[in-house]
Design a binder for this molecule. Structure first.
Ligand SMILES: [Zn+2]
Length: 59
């Protein structure tokens, strides 16, 4: 399900992949973001690929 976008402020995410934002409640990466790193908005980041895939299949 697509909801308001959110992202993680966790710096460890950056070396592994470009920083992204999430907007799908089924996204595993989005769900594992800890509450203290959780922020609402896109931070001008591109959409997470997993979120995009979930959107494409209507989840
Ligand atoms: Zn995502």
């Amino acid at each position: 399900m697509i909801v308001s976008p959110w992202f993680s402020t966790e710096v460890e995410e950056a070396p592994v992949k470009p920083p992204v934002h999430h907007h799908n409640t089924s996204c595993k990466a989005g769900k594992t973001i800890e509450k203290n790193h959780h922020r609402y908005g896109t931070d001008n980041r591109p959409l997470c690929k997993q979120c995009a895939r979930l959107d494409a299949v209507g989840k």
